[in-house]
Design a protein around this ligand. Structure first.
Ligand code: ATP
Length: 202
């Protein structure tokens, strides 16, 4: 799946609707300091389900909403959409019914985030899994932060293994295993409770 467009509206410094076409080949973003280059990368991470405020260079999740400037008042919501080319039908089951996938995340002050794939409301987890299965996502090694290369060089083998596993697209399997283990533990506790009840009745 190839990213073809990134649309921003009210996200950080992108107060006006902005439609960025991501053409074939290499895309470079150039501009003076502070013009919003890093905000574009953050928008990509955010729409893919990033939920750690620390990863978004802000104090809280609502800091991604345009906070106002000398001549513009603050906005009440921010929205980012990522358009994917799914002509090869590589999207995970459940999302594989069209050639183009548009994933949208919207945050509204005091309400929080909502996600959509096309016109369908989905959960944050669905979006995170969609990207994890496609070997990308908010934590993908393809999105390289400043200083990340030297971090990787100095990293322990276990951390480096995680980078390789994410690149191989098996990150989503670990998340599913973790969720299955939690369910199993809950089921075991329920069974233990049933045993107690049976014992009391006997
Ligand atoms: P550099 O090259 O210095 O890293 P950059 O081009 O990557 O700069 P960014 O860091 O993406 O620039 O953008 C920073 C700008 O975004 C700053 O001017 C900051 O005031 C603005 N900004 C960040 N968050 C918000 C927000 N919530 N509302 C309005 N403006 C914001």
């Amino acid at each position: 799946m190839r990213f073809t467009r990134l649309k921003l509206n009210g996200f950080k410094s992108f107060v006006d609707p902005t439609d960025l076409v991501i053409a074939d080949g290499l895309t470079g973003v150039v501009g003076p300091n502070g013009c919003g280059k890093s905000n574009l990368l953050e928008a990509l991470r955010w729409v893919m389900g990033e939920n750690r405020p620390t990863a978004m260079r802000g104090g809280g999740m609502e800091d991604v909403i345009f906070a106002g400037a000398a001549t513009r008042s603050a906005r009440n919501h921010a929205e980012v959409s990522l358009v994917l080319d799914n002509a090869e039908r590589l999207a995970p089951a459940g999302f594989n019914d069209s050639d183009i996938l548009e994933i949208t995340r919207r945050i509204t002050r005091d309400i929080g985030s909502a996600y959509k794939v096309g016109t369908r409301d989905v959960r944050a987890r669905d979006v995170q899994m969609l990207f994890a299965d496609a070997a990308t996502g908010a934590h993908s090694p393809a999105l390289v932060r400043q200083g990340q290369i030297s971090e990787l060089i100095n990293a322990r083998p276990k951390s480096r293994r995680k980078v390789l596993e994410d690149a191989a697209g098996i990150g989503g399997l670990y998340q599913r295993r973790h969720e299955a283990e939690l369910k199993l533990r809950a089921a075991e506790q329920n069974l233990a409770r049933v045993d107690d009840v049976i014992e009391q009745l006997a």
